[in-house]
Design a protein around this ligand. Structure first.
Ligand SMILES: [Zn+2]
Length: 383
């Protein structure tokens, strides 16, 4: 009886949580249950909104019209390693990072879509099992980073909108896929540490053709046109489909969250290749409203000083980079392998956890089989 009653209470709290849009820190799956109710109070005060990127539990009063004043309230916004920045390719140092590896990026997820007044964001149900989350690793990242949410930045017209600039070029928008370092267990904890957060930044270029996967998101804007509205995403997306065709060429630097509280905890991965979004779709972003009923536009932070920061660049040479990764995974003499059977045995029996390793390879989709066949990079193995 008690169990049944608990279940009913749980159902009611979940149901109303989704329907009425509890504060986003709760929705983000970032804070524990007790804090959620503290933040509910914040939600009924119209002046207080939860920060987009920081997902901090601190109430915030910021807006994009006056981003230069953020630092008066939030100390971190005045730091030396702020984001976004203009990336000067001529100054970027080429590094032979291993390949960036995506985990669970090719699965469908029961995502919510939310207009939080600052952006449109997509995230997963609270307390989603960490080992099932989409994640990234490799590519020079120090650990595995788990997905927490994705969101967009865009401009009032297509001549502006992105946060990062490449060679002083601003794009029409930017998509951020936010991850926390899995060793910290949650975004809230990770955001306290220098190596806590990894964001994939995808520049959005205006074009004539609709972006088909983005249409699943844009197609639901009628449900979230007002700041504070949340809905279930009717047509699930693969995160993989949001990425540019080339994800192995990217810039990397250490910076901050681009919304208050601006913690300097982010390892930024800015893909060199943009994705294309149609003018029609960008127009749909521009028709959204914030929590005060104003048009939600130009939600990008201006570039910050790079202050001599090192920006690195990975040029995608998958074969070479895989070899480096391979040798870092095991000390066994790869050159002794004489056949595919031996190669597979080698992977299964070597020191690293082969199950873990294969889990990271895109085994589930036959169109990526090519990637698997390239694993031992057979032709270039020195025998
Ligand atoms: Zn962002």
């Amino acid at each position: 009886m008690i169990i049944r009653l608990s279940l009913v209470l749980l159902y009611i709290s979940e149901h109303f949580g989704l329907t009425f849009g509890l504060p986003f820190a709760y929705h983000y799956n970032l804070i524990d249950t007790n804090e959620k109710f503290t933040n509910e109070f914040a939600d009924i005060q119209p002046e207080i909104t939860e920060p987009t990127e920081a997902t901090s539990t601190t109430p915030s009063y910021w807006n994009y019209e006056d981003s230069s004043s953020w630092s008066q309230i939030y100390d971190s916004c005045n730091g030396n390693y702020q984001s976004p920045i203009n990336i000067d390719p001529a100054k970027a140092i080429t590094k032979s990072y291993p390949k960036l590896i995506l985990g669970n990026y090719d699965c469908y997820w029961p995502m919510s879509i939310t207009n939080d007044g600052h952006t449109v964001l997509l995230d997963l149900p609270r307390n989603y099992p960490a080992d099932m989350l989409p994640s990234i690793r490799g590519g020079g990242l120090p650990d595995q980073f788990n997905f927490v949410q994705l969101h967009f930045h865009w401009g009032g017209d297509s001549g502006r909108g992105s946060e990062h600039l490449i060679q002083s070029k601003q794009y029409s928008g930017e998509l951020h896929i936010v991850h926390y370092n899995s060793k910290y267990g949650s975004f809230a904890e990770a955001a306290k540490h220098k190596d806590g957060v990894a964001v994939l930044a995808i520049l959005m270029e205006s074009g004539s053709a609709d972006n088909s996967v983005l249409q699943h998101i844009v197609g639901q804007f009628d449900d979230i046109s007002q700041g504070g509205q949340t809905a279930q995403l009717h047509n699930p997306i693969l995160l993989h489909d949001l990425l540019p065709a080339n994800i192995q060429n990217f810039y990397r630097y250490d910076g901050s969250l681009t919304t208050p509280t601006c913690q300097e905890v982010v390892s930024w991965t800015v893909f060199e290749t943009p994705i294309t979004v149609s003018e029609y779709q960008l127009g749909k972003f521009r028709q959204l409203f914030d929590r005060k009923g104003r048009t939600l536009n130009d939600n990008f932070r201006p570039i910050q000083e790079d202050r001599g920061r090192v920006i690195t660049y990975r040029s995608g040479n998958d074969h070479q980079s895989f070899n480096q990764q391979k040798y870092s995974l095991t000390s066994l003499p790869v050159q002794q392998l004489q056949s595919w059977e031996q190669a597979l045995d080698f992977f299964k029996q070597s020191e690293f956890n082969s199950q873990e390793f294969f889990k990271w390879q895109p085994f589930n989709r036959s169109d990526k089989l090519q990637n698997i066949l390239e694993i031992p990079n057979w032709n270039s193995v020195d025998r």
